[in-house]
Design a protein. Structure first.
Length: 304
């Protein structure tokens, strides 16, 4: 009862405020949505680069990450037993994400068994495995794209309604995939070459940094509500996780070590640190952008 009363009081305060913060997708149960978005993006990026490098353990890791992301989404739902009804809302980007995850899981279920079990009922060259490959790639593409469009289509929060956001989330998902492979290589010493992945991680990290700065620059010149979100990100309630998690850990550390690796070799432990920092940054960019969201005021702003 006390918790419900506290939430009610918080809602009343938010409704009275000139700038009402978005809380549904970031606080309490809403945090599971951020976790789900984070894991599904990393899963899609890991699947992409594992296919590119022919790295079967990475494919298995991506499949597990996608499954856990689905569980996180279910925990977020108020009535998780009704998740299947999302199939009816084909015009919703959330529903498209569910379709993408379903395709990814189904395709992986058909494609992965021959890679790990020579005695599987079908071979890797069979039409079943080839169909699974195609289905999983279709699901992967949807998983890479849908999260950014979920936010960009949320018209009630101007800070999110930017075409830059989907591209930014794709870049971070790809970087998360490279980081996952680097972590697996450092852990097992397997066959994926860090000399190939290290520069790729640096290039994607630099691209992500440029897009973050460009995104904030564009939003700083947008309407007052979007500018308020920028304020919340750099000086308000999302500032600490943004500076520490997104910028320092997620961008500065990976880029600094990546540039050092251009002129000299990096140890596996250092590459693992870079990869771990990149994954942390991937989570916090989603967390802080969601936390900085501000609704369009319910009543006209008072004149200054």
């Amino acid at each position: 009862m006390a918790i419900a009363s506290g939430r009610y009081e918080q809602l009343i305060q938010d409704l009275r405020a000139e700038y009402r913060p978005q809380r549904e997708w970031i606080e309490r149960q809403g945090l599971f949505l951020i976790v789900g978005h984070f894991l599904s993006g990393v899963a899609a990026g890991t699947w992409f680069f594992s296919l590119l490098f022919g790295f079967a353990p990475g494919l298995a890791a991506a499949y597990v990450l996608a499954a856990v992301s689905g569980l996180a989404h279910l925990v977020f739902l108020g009535r998780p037993e009704r998740f299947w009804k999302m199939w009816r809302a084909r015009n919703s980007w959330i529903a498209r994400g569910f379709i993408g995850l379903t395709l990814f899981m189904l395709g992986g279920l058909l494609y992965l068994p021959p890679l790990f079990h020579p005695d599987a009922p079908w071979s890797g060259d069979s039409w079943i495995a080839r169909s699974g490959y195609a289905i999983s790639v279709a699901g992967m593409v949807i998983l890479l794209l849908y999260k950014g469009f979920v936010y960009a289509s949320s018209k009630g929060i101007p800070f999110w309604t930017s075409p830059i956001l989907p591209a930014l989330y794709v870049a971070y998902a790809l970087r998360g995939g490279v980081a996952t492979l680097l972590l697996m290589f450092a852990w097992s010493g397997n066959t994926v070459s860090p000399e190939r992945l290290g520069p790729l991680e640096l290039w994607i990290g630099l691209s992500a940094a440029v897009m973050v700065l460009f995104y904030l620059g564009v939003m700083s010149g947008a309407d007052p509500v979007a500018r308020r979100s920028v304020y919340e990100l750099v000086r308000g309630r999302a500032a600490v996780p943004f500076y520490l998690g997104t910028l320092v850990v997620g961008l500065v550390i990976p880029i600094a070590f990546g540039l050092a690796g251009v002129t000299g070799s990096l140890s596996l432990a250092t590459l693992a640190l870079v990869a771990l920092a990149s994954v942390v940054g991937d989570f916090f960019i989603k967390y802080t952008i969601a936390k900085a969201g501000i609704y369009i005021p319910l009543r006209p702003r008072s004149p200054r």
